[in-house]
Design a protein around this ligand. Structure first.
Ligand SMILES: CC(C)(COP(=O)(O)OP(=O)(O)OC[C@H]1O[C@@H](n2cnc3c(N)ncnc32)[C@H](O)[C@@H]1OP(=O)(O)O)[C@@H](O)C(=O)NCCC(=O)NCCS
Length: 209
């Protein structure tokens, strides 16, 4: 069966209810006061090694980063959620939305995320990704969500695979970082694929009992 066409009107992100609750997390819009929670993470020089940005050198940069989330929402080009866990902001997850390429509708978004290192390995980002993918398809009305990671980013790769994204390919020598070219692994999921795969997504780590 042919996939459904795009919505006749491009959805307006700022008009949607985008606060997401999961078992352990609350995903909501960033606030200026979140600076205190995220500054120690984003200013750690080693932290962004697997991402496309470098550590923030001053708090003005972090303030601008927080403010840019509201700008993207207003421009209808993205949603960036603050991830709240036990009352603190411990990370972020976002959809960088593109509705058109030239005159053609694409209704797609690129997914990105990071989490405070102290909380890695507990399935938290997988939980956030599942909620955001569901929101992307069911609430925002996207047709496709793409995600990519450095080829040697084993943790992110697992998150993507647990969320049942389909492997698209490997882009060699895709970005220059820290003195060498890095390959990217590319994945995607379309709206028609989503109903089949979301039941197989593994949100929690398996228990040993
Ligand atoms: C990627 C990131 C968000 C993962 O968050 P998380 O909450 O730890 O993710 P999860 O716990 O849901 O899943 C991590 C998986 O990686 C696995 N893993 C951890 N270290 C690993 C390693 N060295 N090799 C292989 N797998 C590894 C974990 O065992 C887990 O898989 P499992 O559930 O099958 O056991 C986090 O590591 C992070 O913020 N990294 C830095 C930023 C980043 O890389 N962002 C993504 C850019 S594409």
């Amino acid at each position: 069966m042919a996939a459904a066409p795009p919505h006749a009107e491009i959805p307006i992100l700022a008009e949607l209810d985008l606060v997401l609750e999961t078992t352990r997390l609350r995903l909501r819009a960033f606030r200026e006061s979140d600076l205190e929670d995220i500054w120690p993470i984003v200013s750690d020089p080693k932290f962004p090694a697997q991402m496309t940005w470098v550590a923030h050198k001053g708090q003005a940069e972090t303030r601008a980063y927080i403010a840019s989330a509201a700008t993207a929402l207003a421009d209808n080009t993205g949603v960036r959620w603050a991830i709240e866990y036990e009352g603190k902001v411990v990370g972020t997850i976002g959809l960088h939305v593109r509705w058109q390429i030239g005159a053609l509708r694409v209704d797609r978004a690129g997914l990105g995320y990071w989490l405070a290192p102290a909380l890695w390995g507990q399935g938290l980002m997988t939980e956030a990704v599942q909620a955001v993918v569901r929101c992307g398809f069911d609430t925002i009305g996207l047709h496709k969500i793409t995600v990519m990671c450095f080829a040697d980013n084993a943790q992110s790769r697992r998150v993507i695979e647990k969320a049942a994204f389909r492997w698209v390919g490997r882009a060699e020598d895709d970005v220059w970082r820290d003195g060498k070219w890095h390959a990217h692994l590319l994945y995607e999921l379309t709206a028609p694929e989503w109903p089949d795969v979301h039941t197989t997504m593994r949100v929690q780590r398996p228990t040993t009992t």
